[in-house]
Design a protein around this ligand. Sequence first.
Ligand code: UDP
Ligand code: MG
Length: 315
Amino acid sequence: MSSPSSLQLSVVIPVFNEELNLPTLFTRLYPVLDALGQRYEVIFTNDGSQDRSIELLREQYAKRPDVTRVIDFNANYGQHMAIMAAFERVRGEVILTLDADLQNPPEEIPKLLEKIAAGSDYVGGYRLERQDSFFRTYASRLVNYVREHTTSIKMTDQGCMLRAYRRPIIEAIVRSGAINTFIPALAYSFASNPTEVGVKHEERHAGVSNYSFYQLIRLNFDLITGFSLAPLQYFTMFAMLCSAGSFLLVLVLAYYRLFLGDDTKGVFTLFGILFFLVSVTMVGIGLIGEYVGRTYQVVRARQRYFVKEILETKP
Ligand code: UDP
Ligand code: MG
């Protein structure tokens, strides 16, 4: 991470196949930032795009080399890694993240900065009138609920990436060397004065969401297992209840067999119970695997991403 300088603001934007959105993003974002009257930089991470995104980023860099930096990954490592790579290099005192698809209107940036100026070290945006599919909206409500009850992270809208942080929080995130971690939640755990602000939400300007249903499940699973042991603990509780129940059942069946001489009764019930217990065990093994997997990734400490090239001018 670069040492603090006189830059006031760093805007971090992950880019994956956004050729249709980048031109509009550039024409809307830069005027907003210029109007702030602060010294700023915009860091784009090209996350292994397969379209013309990198060419467009190069052109933009050529146009505004004073305030633009581009990190070019060799492959696709996901939105959070793209943001991490930029975090490791930011020069500003305040760091703001934004999506490239214009779902978070750049015009809302000053709102977040006002909250920072008012003394917050973490400002999370939440989407007013969310413009996503019915399914996405409700799925994320459910996930919010589960997260609130399993971790101590309070967030109205975890899916909103328009967020601003003070530099010490970003430094803490970089030091923690998080792997696959959900950045807003990690930042929240380091914040001492977090606040939220409602921001407009637009439909994706062009293209389709990069997240499939499966990836959303993965992301949320990651979020919960990355921040809490609650799933393991609940599972243990449940397993204890199950074993107490099956022990009682064994007593009942033994009574039938020994004292009433009834041998056939309950054989199928027994099968039912057995299947149930076996599946519970399988869920448990999967859950443990999840934690072991995370431990493995941390222990292995492999390079998390590979930067092919960086376009920037020295400060
Ligand atoms: N993104 C990325 N790498 C990926 C997927 C997405 O850098 O593997 C970027 C994408 O270009 C966008 C942001 O992350 O700037 C959010 O992605 P998207 O709009 O697809 O997610 P959604 O808004 O549907 O949650
Ligand atoms: Mg989007």
